[in-house]
Design a protein around this ligand. Structure first.
Ligand code: PBG
Length: 326
């Protein structure tokens, strides 16, 4: 057959395939989310996230050290708070003597070169399990900002490098930016959860932290999975309010949103490869229905190809171990 163009020629050997590869994944692309619990010598696997654990601070430090040796330098910590310390105003969230700020400070003290991202939202500390203050069944916006600001400040004081507001209240990036700047933390970055969808794929994370909403759902603040144009409004606001990096969450079902933000905004874009996306691959692989490593790498590659400069992923450590020779 007379075919001038035969695309298969560029696929004929591993040497050619790797030479013309357009997207490259590496451990430097990743942020490793980790779960922190009270106590010592505790390492408890999360049932719905095989291979991922909740660590007490002492063992978390060991885990971070191992990851640093594998080339992972950025970590995002999430605290699991005792039910007894939760209340409607999430006051434990800005207690500077609390589990979270103390752990952040300890990590920075042991590993000053590690980059630490935090989570700003009320849900881990809230007796309502919501990201904002609840009044008469409504999640109130503006009063919540004060709580979020206090949390961000406590985290910055503890040494956080990047503040990650995951709450989806309107105006929170600007509010937090002002508060940080007023206190002399103008070098602390904000990675905003810009387009965060009301997703079923957060299920295993809520198991890990026992942070599921006590009533209702998060649809009055997290975005409708049907919408993409709205992600541009969110991104315009976060960009104008000073966000350094814009995040899309979840990642795998929202590749189009990642691409849209990447094409329309000059900041780096990150994507959160969430707990349910991790759990799906693990569950299928454990049943012998998918090959864990190739499915994992394909998922991560797709997220990067769509336009993510940074990927928060529970696969970070196993990817680093699997590819430690490159
Ligand atoms: C809460 C928060 C959630 C995640 C990160 N921060 C869950 C939620 O919004 O209910 C989900 C992460 C994951 O599923 O891996 N503010």
């Amino acid at each position: 057959m007379n075919l001038i163009r035969r695309p298969r020629r560029n696929r004929k050997s591993s040497a050619i395939r790797s030479m013309i590869e357009e997207t490259h994944l590496g451990v430097k692309d990743f942020i490793f989310p980790m779960f922190l619990i009270e106590g010592t010598n505790k390492k408890i696997e999360i049932d719905s996230m095989p291979g991922i654990h909740r660590f007490s601070l002492d063992l978390l430090l060991n885990e971070i050290e191992e990851c640093m040796k594998l080339g992972i330098h950025t970590f995002c910590l999430f605290p699991a708070i005792d039910e007894a310390k939760k209340n409607s105003m999430a006051t434990e969230g800005w207690n500077e003597k609390g589990l979270y700020p103390q752990a952040l400070a300890a990590v920075k003290q042991h590993f000053p070169e590690a980059c630490l991202m935090t989570d700003v939202a009320m849900d881990p500390y809230s007796s309502d399990g919501h990201d904002g203050i609840v009044r008469n069944g409504i999640i109130v916006n503006d009063d919540t900002l004060e709580v979020l600001g206090k949390m961000a400040l406590a985290q910055a004081r503890a040494g956080a490098d990047i503040i990650g507001p995951s709450d989806m209240m309107d105006g929170r990036v600007g509010y937090i930016r002002d508060m940080l700047d007023a206190e002399g933390y103008e070098n602390v970055s904000i990675m905003s959860y810009t387009a965060k969808y009301a997703s079923a794929f957060y299920g295993p994370f809520r198991d890990a932290l026992d942070s599921a909403p006590k009533f209702g759902d998060k649809k009055t603040y997290q975005m409708n999975p049907a919408n993409k144009t709205e992600a541009i409004i969110e991104a315009e606001m976060d960009y104008a309010e000073g966000a350094d990096i814009l995040m899309v969450k979840p990642a795998f079902s929202y590749l189009d949103v990642i691409q849209t933000l990447k094409e329309n905004f000059p900041t780096p874009v990150s994507a959160y490869n969430v707990s349910g996306e991790y759990a799906m691959i693990k569950a299928a692989a454990n049943n012998g229905w998918l090959d864990n490593n190739t499915a994992r790498d394909e998922m991560l590659l797709s997220i990067k190809r769509a336009g993510a400069d940074v990927i928060l992923t529970y696969f970070a450590k196993e990817f680093a171990l699997a590819h430690s020779n490159i």
